[in-house]
Design a protein around this ligand. Sequence first.
Ligand code: HEC
Length: 150
Amino acid sequence: MRRLLGLTVLVGLVLAQSGAQLYQQNCGFCHGEAGQGRAGAYPPLAQHTPELVKTPEGRAHLLRVMLYGMQGPVRVRGQVYDGVMPAFPQLSDEQIASVLNYILTAWGNDRLLPRDHRPFTAAEVAALRASGNRLSPQQVGEARARLQVP
Ligand code: HEC
């Protein structure tokens, strides 16, 4: 039992670490090593991504941003950004779930998540990939503009 517990903790750590590594390799350059963003250019993810999952469409939005990218004006924590977020279809379903779980829990974001939040799974990513509902980055931006994010 103790060994099993140890193993669970270890697997948890490896998964968390891979999310962190994926973030630093693919995202940190723009969104900042600590998710702080860059004023006027790249929106912050710290203290922001939990606000997205609180909206009904927020979960779908995060998956779309990863698979299709995003373009068009977006207001984040009172600032407007109008840049281009590249898509990451080359990452595996597991990697996408892992990096999304990282940006939702890192930098104190875990404390801001709604109580009923469930981590992203590879199956959810696979389902969107298989859906054939491909959106352009502009369409992802337009759908984002309709989300009621504070
Ligand atoms: C080349 C710079 C760049 C990289 C690399 C990048 N992003 Fe972005 N990201 C942006 C920009 C710019 C936006 C805002 C797009 C817009 O204005 O429509 C954005 C938007 C987002 C959003 C949506 C925020 C919202 O409020 O809708 C999320 C989530 C996000 N990025 C996560 C990530 C993750 C995770 C990675 C790495 C896998 C990543 N980004 C890599 C530039 C980048």
